[in-house]
Design a protein around this ligand. Sequence first.
Ligand code: FES
Length: 252
Amino acid sequence: MGGTGTGIAPVSGFGATLRRDAWWVELLPVVIVLGGFGIYATLRAFEGKFYEWGSYLTPFYSPLIDPQHHWWPWSPAILILGGPLGFRTTCYYYRKAYYRAFFLDPPGCAVGEPGRKYRGESAFPFILQNVHRYFFYIAVVFLAFLWHDAVRAFFWDDGFHAGLGTVIMLANVVLLSLYTFSCHSLRHLAGGRLDCFSCATFGKPRYNAWRWVTRLNERHMLWAWTSLVSVGFTDFYIRMVSSGALHDVRLF
Ligand code: FES
C-alpha cells in the first residue's frame, strides 16, 4: 500500500490507510469476546467455589488439586490456570487477533501502526511466544483430564445417566480437542522441516497425520473462538447448577 512505483502517494502514521472498507469493525468482536472472557475467567478462577456439582467439574478447575486446602489456601484454579492460559496466549491465531485489537500493532492489514520500532517477536518479551510448542504438550495433558471429566459426567451415585451438563461438557471437550489438534505447532511437528515425505522415516504416517492436521488447521480460527465460548459457557452452566440458581436437566 506504500504506492512505490504505482503513482499512489504513500501513507504513513498511526491509523493511516488507503483502505476504504470499515477495517476496524473486525476488531470489535475480539475486544468484546476476548476481553469479556478474560474478565469472566479471572473472576471465576479467584472465586474458589461453585466449581463442581455431582459428577460435574468445570474446566476452569480441572484437574482439581487440593480442594480441601491441605497445603494450598487459595482457589485451586490458580494452580492450573497457567497451562490453558499460556496455550491460548501464545497461539499463533490469538497473537494476530490481540496484537491488532489490543495493541493496535498494527490495527489492521495495511493500516498504519503506532510509531514503535518493529522488532517482531525476536526480542523480550515477545520472544517468549516461541514457547508455544511446549504449551501444546501441556494442553494435551489438560485435554486428557477434560476427557476424563466428560466421561465421568455419565457416572453418578445412583447409576449411569446423563444430564444437560454432561452434553455441555462433552461438546466442550470435542471443541477443545479440535482447537488443540488444529494447532500450527502440531502441523509443524507432523510435516515440518521435510522436503520429501516418502524419503523420511515414518514418511507415510507422518504424511497422513500432516494431511489430517492441515484439514483441521484450515479452521483453526473457528475452533479457537468456538472452544473459547464453550469453555466459558460450560463453567457458567456448572456454576449456576452448583450455586442452586439453575436445576440440571436429566436427559436419561
Ligand atoms: S497455533 Fe493456535 S493453538 Fe497452536
